[in-house]
Write a protein that binds this ligand. Structure first.
Ligand SMILES: [Zn+2]
Length: 406
């Protein structure tokens, strides 16, 4: 993830006057952080812990699994006072965390500790702080006579390309469940984020033909064709930068594209048969990501591959879409945007270039906003933390949200 657009420091300090979260909330966050849900691991330990807790309170959870059945999303509905389960608001968070490999921590990342008004541990900020707060408020939600239902949505594999949320939403669609709104509790320092860019991550494999380097006309140099394609991606990026469209509420106000990794070749004196590279582009809301990809693919298909095949018929360029996350734009007129703005008192238009699951909910017809405790700048780093004051503000916000639904 990238740093946020507007990285002002929180004006409040963790002084004695700072609000404190309740013990129940801290207990739940601690419990969740202790379960190592690094994306490469199963998240079932966390999901089953929450499921069992909800079950003890009389709530049924629906789990939707990935193909390995080692990972699951959880969805649960706290019905309205009239037993209604349609509409209402989803509290949404991803359960996975990024690895701690190679990071130098001052305390065990999976044994959360409080120092100087901050709770340290992997995922405290991104985003078990939000999930723990929401789960801890279950008794309050159940005790309130809600006019509309509230839902919990916990997903897997957000950090490796938002893989779980689409499965969760497909399951909701299949079961005919249609929430109205969704608060995605990614760390925003409890401010309202109303848009994020889309992320489109591709791998490209160039299959050329090997030859002794003294016989270059007999080979198809995979690295050179990859380089031409990478040059084309750069030109696409330059055009987007020069011609827009633009949205100056983003720190980088245009759609970006870049190549991130490359590998190929076996020796300086061999025409390389293979080259593989990875590229991504981040589209502004309203910019068609498919059209951008087609500009890249068309160049390979109509210009490079025919040229490669004049030497070797089986030469090819193959694209693999590794991960995508749609752009998100809440719209100021949306009821949920206005509600969350009213509850937080935040009027600023904040748009970010890092991915969230909000676009996936929005594309499923569920109005979304991003608002959660902690600063995104603390996420993914060694000594990740969330300030207790942020957790307290999240607890207060969710309390107000519950009251607004009564
Ligand atoms: Zn996150």
């Amino acid at each position: 993830m990238n740093p946020p657009v507007t990285a002002e420091l929180e004006p409040r300090s963790a002084s004695h006057a700072a609000p404190k979260p309740s013990d129940g909330v801290l207990d739940w966050i601690t419990r969740l952080v202790k379960i190592d849900t690094t994306s490469r691991n199963s998240n079932l330990g966390l999901i089953e812990t929450v499921r069992d807790h909800l079950a003890a309170a009389g709530l049924a959870s629906v789990l939707s699994y990935d193909a390995t059945r080692q990972k699951a999303n959880l969805f649960a509905t706290i019905a309205a006072a009239d037993d209604g389960t349609q509409g209402g608001i989803v509290l949404s968070g991803h359960t996975d965390v990024v690895p701690v490999d190679g990071q130098n921590w001052n305390s065990d990342p999976f044994a959360p500790t409080i120092r100087d008004g901050k709770l340290y541990g992997r995922g405290t900020c991104d985003m078990k702080g939000f999930i723990g707060t929401a789960v801890a408020l279950l008794p309050r939600i159940q005790a309130a006579k809600l006019k509309k239902p509230m839902h919990f949505a916990l997903s897997y594999d957000e950090e490796v390309g938002c893989l779980g949320a689409p499965v969760l939403l497909a399951d909701l669609a299949k079961r005919g469940i249609h929430p109205e709104g969704c608060v995605v509790g990614e760390p925003t320092s409890m401010r309202v984020v109303v848009a994020n860019k889309g992320i489109n991550f591709y791998r490209c494999r160039v299959h050329g033909h090997a030859a002794h380097s003294s016989l270059t006309p007999k080979g198809v140099n995979a690295i050179e064709y990859a380089a031409r394609l990478i040059g084309h991606i750069h030109e696409v990026a330059d055009a987007l930068r020069a011609q827009g469209p633009f949205d100056h509420a983003f720190d980088v106000p245009f759609t970006t594209a870049q190549t991130g990794t490359i590998a190929g070749g076996v020796a300086f004196n061999t025409v390389p048969a293979h080259c593989e590279f990875e590229f991504e582009f981040r589209n502004l809301p309203g910019v068609d990501s498919g059209e951008i990809f087609r500009r890249i693919e068309d160049y390979a298909r109509t210009k490079l591959v025919p040229e490669m095949r004049t030497i070797r018929a089986e030469a090819d360029i193959v694209f693999e879409r590794v991960a995508t996350s749609p752009a998100f734009d809440a719209g100021e007129g949306a009821e949920l945007t206005r509600l969350v703005r009213a509850l937080t008192g935040d009027r600023d238009k904040r748009k970010v270039a890092y991915a969230t699951e909000a676009g996936i909910f929005q594309n499923a017809g569920i109005a979304s906003v991003v608002c959660g405790p902690g600063d995104i700048d603390q996420a993914h780093k060694p000594d990740e933390f969330v300030a207790l004051e942020q957790i307290a503000r999240c607890e207060d916000f969710l309390g107000q949200l519950i009251r607004s639904m009564v």
